[in-house]
Design a protein around this ligand. Structure first.
Ligand code: ZN
Length: 257
């Protein structure tokens, strides 16, 4: 029974997620990218003024783009490098160090997503696309990342987004800047968009943690990813792409120091 129950749960989970596609899964993959960048990566270039905890949690904010709230309001344009730039320059001009930290987490997410999107998942459509991401989330949840096996279940369950990590005032100002610089047709982000969307994203992350718990271990996720590599659906294992994503994120932060 368990054999059939788990794939069913996986599919139900992916279909019910309030999103189209999160290139790297959110929970905990984006938090683990943030954690590796803050604490473990070979260069570890996070500025000393950045709070590691805030940086790690802000890594999830770009996927506000795929919440129903943001999709309905026409705000999915935030999942772009141009919006990450807008956040950074608004933060810099305001001289607000928390905002700069949030912008660093935000840009790290976009840079990492762009890497996985143009390599591992370049030719993988839904629903397999999301199933791959959730499988990688599951493996990181239980085993840690390819470069750090110390952080794993149940440490991840304590990490989630919140309104402090995706500051509404910062996002509102960045959307005005994006509108002025990049695309005058887009709506700006209002505080109520943020209030609803952050809750939505946080609850989808909490749901994903619960789902990993239900799976109980990484067996099915590893077998699934392996079968996709054998079938040629995936070009190879995900671990090297994870490391490339860290490199891409670091380059982005380096340019926005
Ligand atoms: Zn994303």
């Amino acid at each position: 029974m368990r054999r059939f129950l788990i794939p069913f749960l996986a599919l139900a989970f992916v279909i019910l997620m309030p999103r189209t596609a999160f290139p790297w899964g959110n929970a905990p993959t984006h938090f683990s990218i943030g954690n590796d960048l803050a604490n473990n990566h070979k260069y570890s270039i996070l500025p000393a003024t950045d709070s590691p905890q805030l940086f790690i949690r802000a890594n999830a904010c770009p996927d506000l783009a795929w919440t129903q709230t943001f999709k309905n309001a026409g705000l999915s344009y935030i999942h772009t490098l141009a919006f990450a730039d807008a956040l950074y320059y608004v933060a810099l001009e305001a001289g607000n160090s928390n905002w700069i930290t949030i912008a660093h987490g935000y840009g790290a997410h976009i840079a990492a997503d762009n890497t996985v999107h143009t390599t591992l998942l370049a030719n993988v459509d839904e629903p397999i696309h999301s199933l791959v991401e959730v499988s990688i989330d599951t493996i990181i949840y239980y085993n840690g990342t390819p470069i750090d096996h110390s952080k794993k279940h149940p440490a991840w369950k304590k990490i989630n987004v919140g309104i402090d990590a995706c500051d509404p005032d910062l996002f509102n100002r960045a959307s005005s800047r994006y509108k002025a610089d990049t695309d005058y047709t887009v709506p700006t982000i209002q505080w109520w968009n943020m209030q609803f969307a952050v809750l939505e994203l946080a609850s989808s992350i909490a749901a994903e943690y619960t789902y990993h718990e239900l799976k109980g271990n990484t067996d099915l996720s590893e077998a699934y990813l392996q079968s996709l590599v054998i079938q040629g659906v995936l070009p190879g294992p995900w671990e090297p792409v994870y490391q490339d994503s860290l490199d891409a994120a670091e380059i982005w932060i380096d340019f926005h120091y």
